[in-house]
Design a protein around this ligand. Structure first.
Ligand code: KG4
Ligand code: ZN
Length: 362
């Protein structure tokens, strides 16, 4: 197989959940440039059900991906033969969805004698900050907030991650989605709640900041719990309904959003200070939230912490971030993945290095 040590241009696919995405990214003089990036969103289809229907998601990937790949290569003005590698998300995510992206990328790599990289989805989110001109250098602390994960991760080198905090129940994005549904706002919930909050009073309702108790007493300082908050919003809605009051959707949304943002910011800054990490990185779908970006910026400034935000356009799932992660792996390890690598619906980020082993772990 051709193996280019100067690998610089990658075609990346992302199909771990409900969006099909393809991108071409290039590493040039230490910067990662997005040459083309396309997303075929399935939001409209899943909105009817209030969440993602896995079987429908995989079928939709199967239909969308060939056209998305062709469009992305055309926009890049590149022949597939001038690429240096093909990458796809292989873990974690919905099995059927992951399979479509992985088989497409592996077929292209095999046909065109290109290296293949199987990328961990969360490593992709972590790499999204490198799509910004303002790039952090390790060590730093990452708050990764998406629909499936809420984690505080210390990054010691580009491929050495250590989880310091996590949610014990719902992820922050999941809480946004569930509360939006409860308030009758459309899926995905994050952007709907953000919009409804614009004209709402964030101090109208006082909702709890969930904490996770330690068996030996006290609380885990960097962990999160959002299920109690979701229940508190539900109880408030039930009470208002019982009293036959019109639901103040905007105030409920704004009060909910405020408490989620406060909790995320407080615990992140606390963790950075305690662990002597002077840089914080914000990534994942919820990182697109305007209030979260504003409050985190302010609190980081107040505490002398350097903040790096993933570009808003690359916070929610996209393939450019998967390409960025692949470029960083190629640069640091000069390694690709086996063409025999499968997919894995559940896999902790700390195990991402296994995806570059020969023989592959699955
Ligand atoms: O990273 P992502 O696209 O997919 C996962 O890997 O999960 O994150 C999707 C999540 C959804 O729960 C969505 O409601 C949330 O991110 N989200 C937001 C915003 N945009 C997307 N949450 C709050 N504010 C937003 N503006
Ligand atoms: Zn994601």
């Amino acid at each position: 197989m051709r193996y280019n040590i100067q690998a610089q241009t990658v075609l990346a696919l992302e199909t771990s959940c409900d969006d099909s995405a393809a991108a071409v990214v290039r590493r040039e003089e230490g910067q990662i440039q997005v040459i083309a990036s396309n997303i075929a969103s399935q939001d409209g289809m899943h909105a009817k059900w209030g969440g993602v229907v896995p079987e429908m998601a995989s079928r939709q990937h199967l239909e969308a991906l060939p056209f998305l790949v062709r469009q992305t290569l055309e926009e890049s003005d590149l022949e597939i033969t001038s690429l240096d590698a093909v990458a796809a998300t292989v873990a974690p995510g919905l099995a059927g969805s992951l399979m479509i992206g992985s088989i497409t990328a592996r077929s292209l790599a095999a046909l065109h004698q290109l290296p293949f990289l199987g990328v961990h989805h969360l490593e992709g989110h972590l790499a999204s900050v490198f799509l910004s001109p303002d790039r952090p250098s390790p060590p730093y602390l990452v708050l990764l907030v998406s629909g499936g994960h809420t984690e505080l991760i210390s990054v010691n080198s580009f491929s050495d991650f250590n989880r310091l905090g996590r949610s014990h129940d719902d992820a922050a994005g999941e809480a946004f989605d569930k509360v939006a549904r409860l308030l009758g706002l459309p899926y995905p919930g994050g952007p709907s709640i953000e919009k409804a909050s614009e004209i709402g009073d964030p101090d109208k309702f006082s909702f709890p900041k969930g904490r996770v108790s330690r068996p030996e007493g006290g609380f885990y300082p960097y962990d999160f719990s959002f299920s109690g908050l979701k229940t508190a919003v539900l109880r408030q809605v039930e009470k208002l309904n019982k009293d036959r009051e019109a639901l103040p959707i905007n105030d409920l949304a704004a009060s909910f959003q405020k408490v989620v943002v406060d909790v995320l910011v407080e615990r992140t800054i606390r963790c950075a200070i305690d662990k002597d990490l002077t840089s914080v990185v914000l990534v994942g779908g919820v990182a697109a939230n305007k209030l979260l970006r504003e409050v985190m910026t302010k609190r980081a400034n107040d505490n002398g912490v350097n903040l790096f935000l993933a570009p808003k356009a690359f916070c929610t799932d996209n393939a450019a971030m998967i390409g960025a992660a692949a470029l960083i792996r190629l640069e640091s390890k000069l390694r690709s993945s086996s063409l025999e690598l499968g997919i894995k619906p559940r896999m902790p980020l700390a195990e991402a290095g296994l995806l570059y082993q020969f023989p592959p772990p699955f």
